[in-house]
Design a protein around this ligand. Structure first.
Ligand code: NAD
Length: 303
């Protein structure tokens, strides 16, 4: 028997085609809550992104065996109601790992080689060769805070560039770090010894504001801070001050306490590279978000 899957938020066409390979698939975008409750009874699986609210009512009216969230956050799914009904919930946090790791390296080189300023200067008709002296990544020390999926991919790329890599993550052992040719240190030692500090931790009560004024002041004057993880990990007011006073050299920011960061003083600085939460904005990450979930659902029905 082919399972019946309802997809209520737009996922990539490639993923829909994969689902059609093993299941009967209905696409129904923009359903109201009432319409979803009315239809859900005849499906074995539901695939959503963040748009569809999978409430207790939806779950209780359903005969679902599995719910797939293409992407990361599960805030739109009543997990407790799903657990009580024995419905499995799967998501695809791994989908954007490579995209984020590549943005770290790309933005860092853009900052260190003044690529954005040089490009803007040329567009203004100038040819300012001596103004844009940069630095190499080679031989520098990268400190990675959070050595999970993304942190590890960043480490592999940093090592390929000839960097030394220090890591801080209470969830891993020194042996885990050594497997990646990295060295595990405590947070303060990592901050003092790194030329580049990059954050790859989730935003939790324990990590909110972890990079505060005291910790920013531990960093080298020549150091660069990279936050492509979550706004809220870094105290932005304090970051502005240390950047303005050249207590650190620069910052790469893809995420902000408030998005968009309207009126933020960080927007007025020269020693930053800013992007509007583009970490997962690649064709590949978007395809993966859907295909990873479809693959998990396929395996579930196979077992
Ligand atoms: P992951 O769960 O694989 O890894 C997170 C790591 O952080 C784990 O190893 C964990 O032990 C560690 N950690 C937890 N608390 C810590 C603490 N207090 N100090 C140090 N380490 C701690 O997650 P991931 O897939 O690598 O993603 C990391 C973060 O990147 C996500 O939580 C998300 O916020 C962010 N992200 C951003 C974008 C973007 O578009 N900019 C895209 C994807 C992910």
């Amino acid at each position: 028997m082919r399972p019946k899957i309802l997809i209520t938020d737009r996922i990539h066409e490639v993923a829909i085609e994969e689902a059609r390979g093993f299941a009967d698939v209905d696409l129904n975008f923009g359903l109201s809550h009432e319409e979803l409750i009315e239809k859900i009874g005849k499906y074995d699986a539901l695939i959503v992104r963040s748009g569809t609210k999978v409430t207790k009512e939806v779950i209780e009216k359903s005969n679902l065996k599995i719910i797939g969230r293409a992407g990361v956050g599960l805030d739109n799914i009543d997990m407790e109601a799903a657990r009580k009904r024995g419905i499995m919930v799967v998501n695809s946090p791994e989908a954007s790992t490579i995209s984020v790791a590549e943005l770290v390296i790309g933005s860092l080189i853009a900052l260190m080689r003044n690529i954005i300023q040089a490009h803007t200067s040329m567009k203004e008709g100038k040819w300012e060769r001596s103004k844009f002296m940069g630095n190499e990544l080679f031989g520098k020390t990268m400190g990675i805070i959070g050595f999970g999926r993304i942190g590890r991919e960043v480490a592999l790329r940093a090592i390929a560039f000839g960097m030394d890599v220090l890591v801080y993550d209470p969830g891993i052992t020194g042996e885990d770090a050594r497997e990646y040719n990295c060295r595990l240190l405590d947070l303060d030692e990592l901050l003092k010894n790194s030329d580049i500090v990059t954050l790859h931790v989730p935003l939790t009560d324990a990590t909110r504001g972890m990079i505060d004024e005291r910790r920013l002041n531990m960093m080298k004057n020549s150091a660069i801070l990279v936050n492509i993880a979550r706004g809220g990990l870094v105290d932005e007011e304090a970051l502005y001050r240390v950047l303005k006073e050249n207590k650190i050299k620069g910052a790469v920011l893809d995420v902000f306490e408030e998005e968009p960061p309207r009126g933020s003083k960080l927007l007025g600085l020269d020693n930053v590279v800013l992007t509007p939460h583009l970490g997962a904005s690649t064709d590949e990450a978007q395809i993966n978000a859907g295909t990873v979930v479809v693959e998990k659902i396929k395996n579930f029905f196979r077992e």
